[in-house]
Ligand binder design. Sequence first.
Ligand code: ZN
Length: 220
Amino acid sequence: MTTTLNHKIFVTEQIPQSGRGRLPDGSTRMWSPITSTLITGRRDAVLVDPPMTTHQATEVGDWIVASGHSLRQIYITHGHGDHWFGALPLLQRFPGVTVHATEGTAALMAEQNDPQFRAEFWDRVFPGQLPVGELEVSVVDQHGLEIDGTALIPVEVGHTDTDATTMLHVPETGLLVAGDVVYNGVHLYLTESGGVAGIDDWLAALDVAEALDPTVVIAG
Ligand SMILES: [Zn+2]
């Protein structure tokens, strides 16, 4: 194995949701933590899944600077806004970065960024906290992207916590950045998995993850 790649993760704090009621025990509903992964080569870095809020994007940007690596590319695993709204300020801070996603993810990102959907959902849950703007996405195919000559391969697994979800696999090292295909210690987001098919699709996606025989799995 000749790769020089490493990775590190940044997990956001849980933050309260506005206007979404309280849990039966009277506590405030909290948003799940979100994992951003930095895959680093000799000098360059690829960020998988920027966080959600402007504040979180500042924290992740500081963390990238502290890594000493130059951010060149961003990969977004799936369309949910909590895994990419933070790319908007990060692109201003790190000019020249290319944002990659599969065609299916790019389409769902556009739906999440639709002004009406943002007004009816995101702006109610996180008023005044989310970056706004249009994101230019470079659509990747099954060949994916690369860093220092090592391939980073999108693995499309269809429906998991939304449709058209992916994981980013590094065959040379066995790293699997699983996005929201894999959760860890928080309740799964099942709102889009109504009916038997949704759950079955998700279980099949976990079989795909297992079959890759990863050395490291990073939960979204
Ligand atoms: Zn998600």
